[in-house]
Design a protein around this ligand. Structure first.
Ligand SMILES: Cc1cc2nc3c(=O)[nH]c(=O)nc-3n(C[C@H](O)[C@H](O)[C@H](O)COP(=O)(O)OP(=O)(O)OC[C@H]3O[C@@H](n4cnc5c(N)ncnc54)[C@H](O)[C@@H]3O)c2cc1C
Length: 415
């Protein structure tokens, strides 16, 4: 595949852009692969990419029932940070943030990583204590974060109202190298790189059954026919429970809709990301100028994958207190995705009761930031059959052993 470069853009400009190749192939499935990954979201694609790049395993298919990135990967508010409390979480999220720094060069695809800084606002004394504790933990973990006072919050984000009618801003947890990236580009960049390595990204192909023989996986049935495999990665976020069901085991997950919306585009108004967990809403400004607004999860389990009016009202009301200028904006569109939430708000990267099947799920409301790190760790798990250091704490056995990785403070939105 030809590399993208400034020279290529100049060359194509002189010939009416007639020389660009398809970014990825659209193959029909083969009868057998070494590894099948179900789900062409960021995590599935990143898993496949690092299987190829780090282990030379390229006889891989990534099977997607819709279009690639059409699940949560293309629906999120793109916040990237690694300021988690527990050591295993800080390790995997920081690995991920670090990989985001050079992802555009690594994939030869501009993912528009923008480390503009993330503030998590503290608006109650409970949050002050929680975030100060996280800042201390991060210092020990080698993750640069800082507790900042309200004046510093105002300097970093002049449009904020520090004296909210219900909750004043008491300070914040600041991660200067957190930020955002273009979500579709992350999926597209990985897909292009996987395709370039000879892997098959198969869209519009739903897995309808998982075939096993003697406790071992042998293949999947799909809407494009049966496909055999030696190993299978289930990386389908909100649909993980369904796929586990097909394989004959259960996962400790709940699926629930999480919503977001954007305003009409305006001139640059803020150049940081703000998360306000008490009033509940989070905000950043896209390159197009839209204010990107994250809302909450539904209060009941569902697979609706759409937004709802009462959430918009709740989220906009909360953010209007903190950013009064938002009240003057028109909202353009809203949407929802199905997130997979675990009891301890930490992901699952694990072997399963079926030999050869591995799961990567439970990233809940915060897995976009984890895509490269999760793909890296999942590739290690699939290639070796055992987790290496990054994934070792995230196995399913922790729920039997009571060894939870409690991230309810860092997870960011009301669950
Ligand atoms: C509104 C919203 C805002 C969010 N904001 C943030 C944020 O700011 N920062 C952050 O870090 N995270 C955020 N997240 C969470 C983040 O989007 C997810 O954790 C992450 O994208 C999960 O990626 P994935 O690859 O695991 O799943 P997905 O991107 O959902 O991919 C899974 C894929 O599996 C496919 N699939 C399912 N079943 C089958 C089947 N039977 N056969 C074949 N394919 C199948 C689906 O079609 C889907 O494309 C947000 C999520 C939402 C919904």
């Amino acid at each position: 595949m030809k590399r993208y470069s400034a020279f290529a853009i100049a060359r194509e400009a002189t010939r009416y852009h007639s020389g660009w190749e398809r970014a990825w192939r659209a193959p029909e499935p083969k009868t057998k692969y070494d590894v099948i990954i179900i789900g062409a979201g960021g995590h599935g694609l990143a898993t496949a990419y690092y299987l190829g790049k780090n282990f030379g395993i390229t006889n891989v298919a990534i099977i997607e029932k819709g279009w690639l990135g059409g699940g949560n990967t293309g629906r999120n508010t793109t916040i990237i940070r690694s300021n988690y409390l527990q050591d295993p979480s800080a390790a995997i999220y920081e690995k991920s943030r670090f990989l985001y720094e050079t992802m555009s060069q690594d994939l030869n695809y501009n993912v528009m990583f923008s480390p503009r800084g993330v503030i998590m606002l503290a608006q109650t004394h409970h949050e002050v204590r929680g975030y100060q504790r996280t800042a201390h933990a991060n210092a020990l973990q080698g993750v640069p974060t800082e507790w900042i006072n309200p004046q510093r919050v105002k300097e970093l984000c002049p449009i904020i109202n520090l004296e909210g009618p219900r909750y004043p801003v008491l300070g914040g947890l600041w991660q200067a190298r957190g930020g955002t990236a273009r979500h579709d580009a992350v999926a597209w960049g990985y897909a292009r790189a996987c395709s370039d390595m000879g892997m098959d990204v198969i869209q519009q192909c739903e897995v309808t059954n998982i075939r096993r023989e003697g406790g071992k996986v042998v293949g999947v049935d799909t809407t494009k026919g049966a496909i055999d495999c030696d190993k299978l990665g289930i990386v389908v976020a909100g649909h993980s429970g369904d796929l586990a069901n097909m394989a004959g085991f259960r996962l400790p997950l709940e699926s629930v809709a999480l919503q977001a919306l954007v305003s009409e585009p305006i001139k640059p108004a803020m150049d940081v990301v703000i998360m306000a967990n008490t009033v509940h809403g989070y905000l950043s400004q896209s390159d197009k100028g839209e204010m990107v607004i994250g809302g909450g999860t539904d209060g009941y389990n569902n697979y609706t994958q759409r937004g709802s009016f009462h959430h918009v009202e709740e989220t906009v009301r909360a953010l209007n207190e903190t950013f009064p200028m938002l009240s003057r904006l028109k909202m353009l569109r809203q949407w929802g995705g199905i997130v997979d939430v675990t009891g301890d708000r930490s992901p699952i990267l694990s072997k399963t009761p079926v030999e050869g099947i591995f799961v990567n799920c439970g990233w809940g409301t915060g897995g976009f930031k984890a895509i490269p790190g999760s793909g890296w760790a999942m590739a290690e798990l699939v290639a070796d059959g055992e987790p290496r250091e990054l994934a070792s704490a995230f196995g399913l056995e922790r729920y039997q052993e009571g060894r939870f990785i409690d991230e309810s403070v860092a997870a960011g939105v009301a669950h």
